[in-house]
Design a protein. Structure first.
Length: 571
């Protein structure tokens, strides 16, 4: 292709001339080439405006001082060239600073043809994009009418992660992803596959609440049909809890924490939602339907569509939810900073998914799923899917869920002030770990509505009270589990020092293929009963279980042996 400079670098820097004789570059040629390249680069980097005449440039003064521009054609050839804008936006003039960086008429004709193509595309609804450093600068600019799209390089500063693409629209959009430029035009965000929260002005590491900006981003996603809100690595401070409406998912980069969670200094790592001290909200992140009561009919906000089964289809992934309950992580129940907030709350919603999330240091529960009355009766949480949730050092229960059919896998619950896991739903509770909690390790409270639970491959140890506490009349099958060294709490009664306790009134309980060990992590034997089965009223299936160690009272106690199905002593 014909060069766009007076002489090419290949010619200027050639080590020999045409005859093969050695030569040195001529400094004047180098200087001219560098000047032409600087002008061209300046113009391109700044996404220079292109004008078909000097008169057209004089009519377009809404450019910042020192902006470079191109006049590519004019009835007076002397006016063709590179220009620099002098004076603030809306004032001043375009001043010629040099020729265009080319000297070939074919190149000129190509540029003319490109300009004509842009004009033709615009007349047919085509695309023409211009760029601005930040969103604020775009708002303060009179944007050329030829521009159908604009791109910003940041929200507050260039490169801050808030860069975005906007399109021109005829009227003000009904969602929050919009702004109005100085010339009165409306622009709406072009929705990406994953929306970075910085596009709405929320940033990590800022010593002020980012709640409003994050909520605005969530609302925008909901209003435009749903999507994923992406958080970067760092601490996003919040004072007011976030309402995550249906079809919206919060997604970080990774969750983590530094130092042992039972020590005083515990620090969050990864993508963190951090509750500012003094918050009075009841949840840091709250999943529920965005709905209203229309005379007894519950309708979806925005669309007015009647909600039939409260399907949420949102969730959270790769995040840390940090309750900031106290500076002293070693005391499980200390709440001197925040005392009212649960980490994650799911209210009366179906199909919420939690994956690879940490919820810790909360003044209440780490995770709470419950019913909610939207105005026409209580709606239970149903079809919950948990795949990797760590709940640590919360002042009350680590993981608490009472609802309908659900699938819970991989809950790790440790150092919580009350029980680690407290549940009553229909479905599997698989591969969970509960240790060093202030009450029971795993509590299963079956209810008639739940239809039964299957607790498989779970491990409960070193808790202050019972390892597995089974109650209620909904039915529970416990298989392949391990319970060790439970009942460490000072003042615990004998029936609160069991590895497995089946309480009186528990219906349809089976325990098969499980292990009970009396030793705690200190090498002591705090457990009074390996298995205590209170089955005077209902039958209990008990087979293939194992017990090891020295128990304070008994490895196995059955209150009514006649009600033990397939009776078999522990081995």
């Amino acid at each position: 292709m014909t060069a766009l400079v007076t002489q090419s670098a290949e010619t200027i820097l050639a080590p020999v001339d045409g005859t093969g004789a050695a030569r040195q570059p001529i400094l004047a040629d180098l200087q001219q080439w560098a000047i032409e390249m600087e002008r061209a680069v300046d113009a391109v980097v700044q996404t220079a405006p292109v004008f078909t005449s000097k008169a057209a440039a004089d009519l377009s003064l809404a450019w910042a001082a020192n902006t470079m521009g191109w006049v590519i054609a004019d009835s007076n050839p002397a006016l063709v060239g590179l220009y620099q804008k002098q004076g603030a936006s809306g004032t001043g003039a375009w001043v010629r600073v040099g020729p265009l960086p080319y000297n070939d008429v074919n190149v000129q004709l190509a540029i003319d043809a490109a300009a004509a193509a842009v004009a033709a595309a615009n007349s047919l609804g085509g695309l023409f994009t211009t760029s601005y450093a930040t969103r604020a600068i775009a708002i303060a600019s009179s944007i050329p009418v030829a521009a159908t799209y604009i791109r910003t390089a940041g929200y507050a500063t260039v490169g801050d992660g808030g860069d975005a693409l906007y399109r021109r629209v005829a009227s003000e959009p009904t969602h929050g992803g919009k702004f109005q430029s100085l010339d009165g035009a409306w622009w709406e965000l072009v929705k990406p596959d994953e929306l970075r929260v910085e596009v709405f002005g929320a940033f990590p590491g800022v010593a002020a609440s980012q709640s409003a900006a994050i909520q605005a981003a969530i609302d925008y996603l909901y209003d435009t049909g749903g999507g994923t809100l992406k958080f970067g690595v760092g601490i996003y401070q919040v004072l007011i809890g976030l309402n995550v409406w249906h079809n919206v998912t919060l997604k970080g980069v990774f969750p983590g924490f530094l130092n042992q969670y039972s020590s005083t200094a515990v620090l969050a790592r990864g993508s963190v939602l951090f509750l500012i001290a003094g918050s009075t909200d009841t949840a840091i992140v709250r999943f529920q339907m965005r709905a209203y009561n229309d005379g007894g009919t519950i309708r979806e906000t925005g669309t007015a569509v009647a909600i039939q089964d409260y399907r949420h289809h949102g969730g959270a992934q790769d995040l840390v939810i940090w309750g900031n309950r106290s500076a002293n992580g070693a005391v499980r129940t200390a709440v001197d900073r925040n005392s009212t907030s649960n980490g994650i709350v799911v209210n009366g919603s179906r199909y919420v998914r939690i994956k690879n999330v940490i919820s810790m240091m909360c003044g209440k529960d780490g995770f709470l799923a419950q019913s909610l009355n939207y105005g026409a009766g209580a709606i239970s949480t149903n079809n919950l899917e948990v795949d990797g949730l760590t709940v640590l050092n919360n002042a009350e229960v680590g993981f608490e869920f009472f609802g309908g059919d659900s699938n819970v896998f991989g809950v790790n619950a440790g150092y919580n002030g009350l029980s680690g896991i407290n549940v009553g739903f229909s479905g599997p509770l698989n591969g969970c770990l509960s240790w060093n909690n202030g009450a029971h390790g795993i509590v299963v409270q079956g209810t008639p509505r739940s239809g039964g639970m299957n607790v498989t491959g779970c491990y409960s140890y070193d808790n202050d009270w019972n390892g597995f506490d089974l109650t209620g009349d909904g039915g529970v099958a416990v298989s392949g589990c391990v319970s060790r060294g439970n009942g460490m709490g000072a003042g615990a009664t004998d029936l609160s020092r069991c590895n497995y306790l089946v309480r009186a009134g528990a219906r349809s309980v089976s325990i098969t293929g499980c292990m009970s060990n009396s030793l705690d992590y200190l090498g002591n034997n705090p457990t009074r009963y390996g298995y205590y089965i209170s089955n005077s009223t209902h039958k209990v299936a008990f087979a293939g279980n194992h017990s090891d160690g020295t128990f304070g009272i008994s490895a196995l106690t059955v209150t009514n042996p006649a009600n033990l199905l397939a009776p078999q002593a522990v081995v």
